[in-house]
Ligand binder design. Sequence first.
Ligand code: ADP
Length: 724
Amino acid sequence: MSSAPARSLSRASVVAVHNAARLELLEYYLVHYEDLARSSQASLDWLAKHAGIRRAMCLVVDTESGLLNGIAGTGVRAEEIELFSWPISDVRDPLVAALTAPGPVVVRPARGNSVVARVSPETPLGAGPFIAFPLRGVRESADGALGLLLIRPVAVPESDDLTWLVTVLGQMIEKVRGRGSLAEEVRKLRRERSLFFTIINSVTDPILLTDTEGRLIVANARAEKLLSASEEESEGRRRAVELNNMLFSAALSRTAVEAPSEARELLLVDPSDGSDLLFEVLSTTVEDPREGTGIVSVLRNITDLRRATEQIEENYQRLRVLEAAARAERDRLNLIIDSVADPIIVTDPQGETVMMNTPAEELFTVPALAPESAERSVQSNDAHFSSFISGLLLGETGPGEIRRGEIGLVNPNSSEPIPVEAIAGKVLTESGELTAVVTILHDRREALERARLYEQLKQASDELQVRVQAATAELATQNELLRRQAIELEQASRLKSQFLANMSHEFRTPLNAILGYTHMLLQGVAGELLPSVKRQLQRIDSNGRHLLTIINEILDITRIEAGKMPMQLSEFNLNELVPEVMTELDPMIARSKLTVTPRLSLEPPIVFSDRQKVKQIVVNLLSNALKFTHQGGIDITLDTDREVRTASIEVCDTGIGIAAEHHERIFEDFRQVDDSPSRQYGGTGLGLAICRRLATSLGGRIALHSTVGQGSTFTLIIPIEAPQ
Ligand code: ADP
């Protein structure tokens, strides 16, 4: 059947008049090759014009929907064409049957008797029979024609033009259909390609497909950025890309040789800023039936990962250092805590004990070989401590604040009560969060004992003070009494001196008269005296003189004490004084038969002092030496000490000596070594007393060195210049 129109066409080609018209239609097809409706409409228009067919319509099979749709018409309303569609499911239907018919069929109304005895459908062509031409392409199809050309009336004569048109229209439909599906495929391919690139470009890691030679086949945008650069791009960027290509190729070949599936690190350069980028390359070999063997490489940027790893490593190291420091700190803290004698307990914010030193353990843990009571003691200690700590945990104590309290604890070993002062402080983090509570327990026994002792001491001190006050008052009374007594004594002494002075004076006058008359009688003024009378008169004279000496000495003392012996200061030479003294005592020296040796000073000892008083002292010392020496001799030695500016006169005898216990006493008034009534030596016991007073008044003193039986040395020491 399909060959018939072809033959018609070749036959028609000889008809020159139609050639131009036919070409025009074919050109139209070419121009509007994609628009089936327009080309079909042009075909019907061409048919009306060249074959005189006024009423026709074109139907096209839509295999997807299973419908025969109207797409063009002539001599019918356009809307009706558009609205017309006929199902092709029923093969007995005359239109559907026409699709598979070998050539044109006439479709008549029901009672018709033509080729098809079926009821014709209601078409826009109107009631009555019409001819249906199956429109076929070049390719044979089992599904039947691609569409139908319906023409009315059936009486239309078969012409070359109609046959030609049916042929080209069928081929045109076939081409458009075929082209449509190709375009669709291309579109689909394009879509898939675009989707493929969208997908691989959306991956932030560079992805590349290379051939076995390492040539790039496909790369995503990220990979392009790293590995390709156009001529217009900067020199630096191109160099970077070149370098990257080299590095990547090298890595790829290495991977292929060494271990294809293993991830490798690859260091590339960022062409935009020149920074280093570290990648991990994962390469996989792929087989494509058309492209052959290729290598897909995914470059994972691990620069940040590496940096993060390094950071983590660094942080880990730092953490370890900090951990070591914290451990050292903790050890040191432990050492400190353990070296403190007071119990220390560290508790967590829940009040649980986290650390305690040995002294604290002794209070809060039951010892191994402890008495039964120990457990009770520990429990009681725990309870007391917990209540103290809970007070602190509940209270609003700020950082650095300290809570103090007294707790009664018990020694678990001895059951002895231990009053302690608990001092607790909170340990807070920088954000103010409580981390621990440190409590130090201070044993108060010693402090309490000290306080008790202090109380006792204070009491004793108070008592003592009272006593001292009483004693002071007593002393004041005694002092007052003494003062009064002193005044009284002074008065008495003054009265005594006065009395003695008066008495001496009163005694001396008659005594001098007695001595005068006695002397006259002894001189024979009243005639020659009998020897017995003379002896008695001599005794009177001797006793009288002794009494006069006593009276004079008493008078001297009273005058010295009454301050009535004024100083007569003058400059004199002691070397000259000594011979004078010896001369004065010459009778006594002669009687004693002792040798008196003056040892004068080579340098003249000139002094400024009271000559009379010095002489009186030396006379007294020499007369005592003569009196208490029976054999040997007496030396009188003079000396001066320029450094301390003193002069000394030393009287040294070989006499009876003086026992040590008498050395001080003999200078007292009326004091003699032998004061018994049967004493051997005469004297008043006032001589040395007067000498000491006189020496003192000269600003000097008398020193004594003596040994019983060996002799005595009395030394008068006076200042070279007597004080005024
Ligand atoms: P008296 O008038 O008794 O000598 P003194 O005051 O001069 O009084 O001496 C007191 C006593 O000191 C003497 O009685 C004597 O016992 C003792 N005495 C003084 N000088 C000497 C001496 N050179 N040798 C021994 N005894 C002395």
